[in-house]
Write a protein that binds this ligand. Structure first.
Ligand code: FAD
Length: 513
């Protein structure tokens, strides 16, 4: 072999120009690596999904006539990424090393080391996945500066001519249909929720391998893996989404319930793993969804716009924010939060129904939807001042789609406000009334959502006010928040004292909530 092309576990892009031609002198290597499996404690479904997707991809490349080595944990044992590459280069007398740009800063640092120490020329290729070219990130983002997603998203709509009319106006006349997308699921809506399409791969051999290598994980090992592991699977999941879920995607995108067997998935696409592993591209997903919208009258503009916004807007936006601010981003702790993550994040046993549901389904499926991540677990961690490092570790480990470039801005920025507002225009702080508005969790919760100070009161109510009062100086001038303080000021001193006292009790007894 004259050339080594190394493919990371999240670079499984079958449409990449590398694979257009076969060259018997090019060796492709895909490898399970100990450091990648252990840099954080991952959910067992996530470990299995990545390993099986990598193995499937290797097999597909081989079937297409490429030269591929798939290395398992047994083969790579004590190797790091660069030590493995160096050893293959020496063994195979490789003359050129070719890599794709990593999406995580941690991996980029390893590649930098490789660049500095390799005797052969090393070339970095684009992954040919994102819509926005990497080089263009500085055109839209500035380090340590707030950039609003909405502004960025509109520019992307224009730049890529997506959902735009012929006269360059947003299709339907509005850029944003968010206000149509905040419906609660009522009792009569529950039976109509479609079952999620789940794959069933037998991963016994992977579970054994993971155990043999003493790789610690989160969640219960299950013989079958329900996530897509190939481009073909991703296309099937995408088609299922467009037909059955997209017609109600926007409408119920913020809703939460635990009253049906499909509560964990609702109308969400669950395409994030396939997208992040690059089994499928954002353009493919957007095109398929827009084609479905054009053909199916049951899909209105609010549904398609809501979906396109997530992928063309949020997903590309957090990538820009990540790269423009790394490595600084991972150090941010603007609200100076230092409490430890409570133990129930690891088993879900808390009397707070909202938390128990969101954590429980995350442990079961390695999945929770956006509002559960932001407004249930995220909000709780922010109100109780959990150290962002620990919050990040939990999110980075537990979710099927968690890769640092997308996890970090969402968690530290969006959910914890630890960047002081680069991403979010205000902290996403909520009391029990939000939970009651958007979910049916409160109806059979141990705590009473209407009460603020009693022993039975929903902890979120007092914690919310404690948070708002504590950060008043920072928040009072924020036009999206300032008026809330009027409600606080209307209360007499005894009422205020009782609320703050209840909040302190909740914090002192956080492990037993
Ligand atoms: P859908 O609701 O069907 O949305 C469609 C697609 O839009 C998703 O697949 C995803 O690719 C994209 N998307 C939607 N929202 C976002 C967002 N805020 N940022 C980036 N892409 C988005 N997403 C990840 O992919 N990996 C993570 O590690 C991750 N961590 C998160 C942590 C927190 C605290 C929060 C609040 C959000 C996080 N998200 C993360 C974003 C979002 O929650 C998930 O992308 C989404 O829940 C995945 O499920 P889905 O595919 O069913 O999404």
């Amino acid at each position: 072999y004259h050339t080594l092309r190394f493919i990371l576990g999240d670079q499984l892009n079958a449409a990449h120009s590398w694979f257009k031609e076969q060259d018997q002198g090019v060796l492709y290597v895909i490898a399970e690596l100990h450091p990648e499996a252990t840099y954080v404690k991952h959910h067992i479904q996530k470990l299995c999904a990545f390993f099986l997707a990598m193995e499937t991809f290797a097999n597909e490349l081989m079937a297409a006539g490429h030269q591929v080595h798939y290395l398992t944990l047994d083969d790579t044992k004590d190797h790091t990424l660069d030590s493995l590459i160096f050893s293959i280069v020496a063994q195979e007398k490789i003359q050129t090393i070719e890599l794709m740009r990593p999406d995580e800063h941690r991996v980029l640092m390893q590649y930098k080391h490789l660049f500095e120490h390799a005797k052969q020329p090393v070339t970095l290729f684009d992954t040919e996945h994102f819509l926005l070219p990497f080089e263009d990130i500085p055109l839209y983002f500035k380090p340590q500066h707030s950039v609003r997603m909405e502004n960025f998203y509109r520019k992307m709509r224009q730049r890529f001519n997506i959902l735009m009319d012929s006269d360059a106006q947003p299709e339907g006349g509005k850029w944003n249909y968010d206000s149509d997308n905040r419906n609660k699921l009522k009792a009569q809506d529950l039976n109509a929720i479609p079952a999620p399409l789940c794959f069933q791969y037998n991963v016994q051999h992977l579970l054994e391998r993971i155990e043999r290598h003493h790789i610690a994980s989160i969640g219960n090992p299950q013989i079958s893996l329900l996530w897509p592991v190939s481009q073909q699977d991703a296309l099937v999941l995408l088609a299922y989404f467009c037909e059955h879920l997209l017609p109600n995607f926007g409408r119920f995108q913020d809703a939460m319930t635990d009253k049906t067997p499909h509560s964990w998935s609702l109308y969400h696409s669950r395409l994030s793993f396939a997208l992040n592993a690059k089994l499928i591209s954002p353009k493919q997903v957007i095109n398929a969804a827009i084609a479905a919208y054009q053909e199916n009258n049951a899909i209105d503009i609010a549904q398609i716009e809501g979906f396109v916004r997530q992928i063309l807007g949020w997903r590309e936006y957090v990538r820009g924010m990540y790269w423009i601010n790394m490595p600084d981003y991972q150090e941010q702790n603007a609200l100076e939060a230092h409490r430890d993550l409570p133990h129930y994040f690891w088993h879900g046993q808390t009397k707070m129904k909202c938390l128990a549901s969101a954590i429980g389904q995350s442990l079961d499926y390695a999945y929770a939807h956006h509002i559960q991540r932001l407004m249930v677990t995220g909000n709780f961690c922010m109100l109780t001042e959990i150290e962002p490092q620990q919050v990040d570790e939990w999110y980075l480990g537990i979710y099927i789609d968690a890769l640092e470039w997308v996890e970090l801005p969402n968690t530290r920025g969006m959910s914890q406000f630890a960047d002081g507002g680069w991403i979010a225009s205000k902290p996403y702080a909520a009391s029990g009334s939000y939970m009651q508005k958007m979910s049916d969790y409160c109806s059979d919760c141990h705590y009473k959502v209407k009460e603020k100070t009693s022993e039975a009161s929903c902890p979120l109510n007092s914690l919310y006010w404690r948070f708002m009062v504590k950060h008043r100086e920072r928040l009072a001038t924020n036009p999206r928040i300032g008026m809330i303080y009027g409600n606080w000021d209307k209360q007499n001193d005894a009422q205020k004292h009782a609320v703050l006292q209840r909040a302190e009790w909740c914090l002192d007894n956080i492990e037993s909530l």
